[in-house]
Write a protein that binds this ligand. Structure first.
Ligand code: BEZ
Length: 211
């Protein structure tokens, strides 16, 4: 059964480039992002891990811990990280799970044998402080992910966890939000003192409430 939004993120223990972790304990009370890479010493993955290192501070600002997984052993990871740092001009500053027995990859259904044999696809799981899965994303090995988009989604997830709003197409931090349909106009007046604009009864915009 694949993991779905709202499911509890399965716990595991694993060896990583920064020591052994128990996933739930490692997450603590904050947010987390778990993402898979098909294989060490592969070109697209090298660019992804490098870019992630460069924007890691943006995840930290949002209280999101970063955890990568690849189905190779620890010594391969360590050699590959040297290459990533050298070629991408970065310092990989987050743990990479060594998963040669595919324990984590299997637990999170990251191996899609009809797409790719014996390696993971590019999976992403964003996990909330309640350990529930808030976002899943699956890309083929041939396409590097847009990690800036992950920051955008996390901004939306963290906002909508605290306010009765949703975010419209291509929304970015600071832009107007949509009042969720379950909120009637009377309640909206209380909840959104900056006001709101009604385009249709079901389409109401309000300034981002926490700005
Ligand atoms: C890559 O990261 O470049 C890659 C990995 C597995 C299959 C194809 C490409």
């Amino acid at each position: 059964m694949p993991l779905r939004l709202g499911d509890e993120a399965p716990n595991f223990t694993a060896d990583t480039t920064e020591g052994k972790i128990n996933f739930h304990e490692w997450l603590g009370n904050g947010w987390g992002i778990l993402f898979s890479h098909p294989k060490d010493f592969t070109p697209v993955c090298t660019t992804e891990l490098g870019y992630m290192a460069k924007i890691a501070n943006e995840f930290k600002k949002r209280n999101v811990k970063i955890l990568a997984v690849s189905v190779d052993p620890l010594d391969a990871h360590k050699g590959w990280i040297n290459d990533i740092n050298e070629t991408q001009n970065c310092t990989v500053n987050y743990p990479l799970i060594a998963d040669p027995d595919k324990k984590v990859a299997t637990l999170y259904d990251m191996i899609h044998p009809n797409a790719l044999d014996n390696m993971t696809v590019r999976s992403v799981f964003v996990i909330g402080p309640d350990k529930k899965i808030k976002l899943t994303l699956t890309y083929p090995a041939s396409c590097g992910r847009n990690f800036d988009e992950l920051l955008r989604v996390i901004d939306s997830l963290q906002l909508t966890a605290n306010y009765k709003v949703a975010t419209p197409v291509n929304w970015r931090e600071g832009q107007d939000c949509i009042i969720t349909p379950a909120v009637n106009d009377e309640e909206a007046k209380q909840l959104f003192p900056k006001g709101f604009k009604t385009i249709k009864p079901y389409l109401r915009y309000t300034p981002q409430p926490n700005k």
